[in-house]
Design a protein around this ligand. Structure first.
Ligand code: ATP
Ligand code: MG
Length: 426
């Protein structure tokens, strides 16, 4: 028996309602802000991620699924969405359309990580990118949309952490100050952080090691090393958040894992998730488009981890289910042949119908009708089939009526209204 790969999961029907709810909520809220969906490929040239995300990051250094294809090209299953969206933006010259591009995506991402609750090797994100604006309003628009989506899903106990990582030269200066501060503690840092001291010292701030965290707490703060311009950007972002009544906490240790961030970096964290608590991560990346060969373009975006949202939603509510409006039972040679025709006509009129295919005794089919969650049952025996009638039974009240099939098909709008009312009252 072949098993699913470690770190992958089947999302079964009993759970898929949560996924659909997240996608529908994102689609609606982002649609209202005129974000358009983009669907880049799931694999790209390895060089895209190496250059885009940065070779010294965990993602590129140790988490990518990279392989050589039959044409000896190095390919990588996308570990995140931004690099691919930016590549698509450049390849398709979306910048040529002028103004800003507001794009969103959803789909699977791949990282070779140690699987645990809320952390998988194939996981899913919904994310957005706003390209072509350096305005602090853009940063706050995207943050507000993330909080809107999470709120619309009914999630509580969320916290927005925010920081500024400045521009390239701010970071250069800060890097020196940070290394000077950390150098005397070198022996006390965890192994990864010791390695990062020369390669990627800012990432040390993000270490999960308690001793390193303690040392990092007293490190110089990047916000004290910002240029006037960077500081103004950050202050405006914070003011706009306050204006929108979005609560935040400045987290001086928040630097995010990917190299391309500039200025605003943020995370939304849930208090209900334990160790894998970040549900959304994002920030501004003003250098990435030009780094990947496009024109100078400022941009900001985020990604929400869907597995973690599903874990939270499961605590809040049952799986949103799609119960049929009608359950169609039939028995007898003529009736069974006609049942599919009737089901198709009603489906085409906009009703949802589960057709019982068993051919078993009516009693057994009625039991399944009850279990299906349908509002009403349609009953077709040979007698009804022959004189073109059908029996309609309302399952909650037990009330029954016999109708001609053409009458039934003529009253589908009425039926839909009545069924919707009954479903609402459940
Ligand atoms: P973490 O610190 O949890 O590893 P990250 O900084 O690597 O997160 P991002 O690259 O910012 O994560 O991705 C955005 C979001 O995608 C995360 O906040 C998280 O919700 C989700 N995510 C990232 N990696 C995984 C994974 N392996 N499995 C499930 N969800 C993930
Ligand atoms: Mg990670």
């Amino acid at each position: 028996m072949i098993q699913a790969l470690r770190g992958t999961r089947d999302i079964l029907p009993e759970e898929v309602g949560y996924w659909q709810l997240i996608e529908a909520t994102a689609r609606e809220i982002l649609g209202r802000a005129i974000y358009q969906e983009i669907r880049p490929p799931i694999f790209e040239q390895t060089a895209l991620f190496e250059r885009g995300i940065g070779e010294a990051t965990d993602v590129v250094g140790k988490e990518m699924y990279t392989f050589k294809d039959r044409g000896d090209r190095f390919l990588t299953l996308r570990p995140e969405g931004t690099a691919g969206v930016v590549r698509a933006y450049i390849s398709n010259k979306l910048y040529g359309q002028g103004g800003v591009q507001r794009l969103w995506y959803t789909g699977p991402m791949f990282r070779y990580e140690r699987p645990q609750a809320g952390r998988q090797r194939q996981f899913h994100q919904v994310g957005l990118e706003l390209l072509g604006s350096k305005a602090p309003r853009a940063d706050v628009e995207v943050i507000a949309l993330a909080t809107d989506i999470l709120q619309a899903l009914g999630l509580k106990n969320l916290q927005l952490d925010i920081n500024s990582v400045g521009n390239g030269s701010d970071r250069q200066q800060y890097r020196e100050a940070l290394v000077n501060y950390l150098e005397p503690y070198k022996e006390e840092l965890d192994q990864d952080s010791q390695d990062r001291l020369t390669r990627n010292p800012l990432r040390i701030l993000d270490s999960k090691d308690p001793k390193t965290q303690e040392i990092a707490r007293n490190a110089p703060k990047i916000t004290e090393h910002l240029s006037d311009e960077s500081k103004k950007h950050f202050d405006t972002v914070l003011q706009l958040l306050t204006d929108l009544d979005i609560k935040y906490q400045i987290n001086h240790c928040l630097v995010r894992g990917l190299d391309y961030y500039t200025h605003t970096a943020f995370e939304i964290i849930s208090a209900d998730l334990g160790a894998q608590a970040t549900v959304c991560g994002g920030g501004r990346y003003d250098g990435l488009v030009s780094e990947l060969g496009g024109p100078e373009t400022q941009a900001v975006g985020w990604a929400i981890g869907m597995e973690r949202l599903v874990l939270l939603l499961q605590e809040l509510q049952g799986n949103p289910v799609n119960n049929p409006d009608l359950y169609l039972v039939s028995r007898g040679e003529i009736a069974e042949a006609k049942s599919l025709i009737l089901a198709q006509k009603l489906r085409n009129a906009g009703l949802s119908i589960e057709l019982d295919l068993s051919g078993s005794a009516f009693g057994k089919q009625f039991k399944r009708a009850d279990r299906s969650g349908a509002v009403a049952c349609l009953i077709l025996g040979d007698a009804e089939a022959e004189n073109m009638t059908v029996n309609l039974k309302w399952l909650a009240s037990g009330e029954q009526q016999t109708l001609s099939q053409s009458n039934l098909l003529g009253m589908t709008e009425e039926l839909k209204t009545k069924i919707a009312e009954i479903k609402r009252s459940f």
